[in-house]
Write a protein that binds this ligand. Structure first.
Ligand SMILES: [Zn+2]
Length: 121
């Protein structure tokens, strides 16, 4: 895999900065939807079930968003040290194609595959 050019690195890091702001805003705006549902709230039984289902989906989504935000922040930290674009496991370049699809990727495709296979078991 090729190292990133300076232009590619600058472009991806600019996208990371935007992504960090977007994810931070998203987390702030969805905070309300994950608050516990009060039993005293005057809503019908079905509606309460809906609300609880909605809430557990929101919580799962937030966990995803939160994880992604942490990866984005780590990638920005690496960028500041000049280590952006290198796999955190094998230290090979991750490659522009993969980073372009997901600029916060911490691992190259090979390592990500291995990690996914281990966690799926
Ligand atoms: Zn790797």
């Amino acid at each position: 895999m090729e190292d990133l050019t300076e232009k590619q690195a600058a472009e991806l890091q600019a996208r990371l900065t935007v992504l960090r702001d977007e994810l931070t805003a998203l987390l702030a705006s969805t905070l309300e939807s994950t608050r516990p549902i009060s039993l005293d709230e005057p809503i019908g039984r079905l509606t309460r079930m809906d609300a609880m289902q909605q809430q557990s989906m929101s919580t799962a989504n937030r966990q995803q968003t939160d994880l992604r935000l942490r990866q984005v922040e780590q990638a920005l930290g690496l960028a500041r040290r000049g280590d952006y674009g290198l796999c955190r496991r094998c230290e090979d370049p991750i490659g522009y194609a993969r980073l372009s699809a997901r600029p916060e990727s911490p691992y190259c495709l090979t390592c990500q595959d291995e990690i996914d296979r281990k966690t799926q078991r």
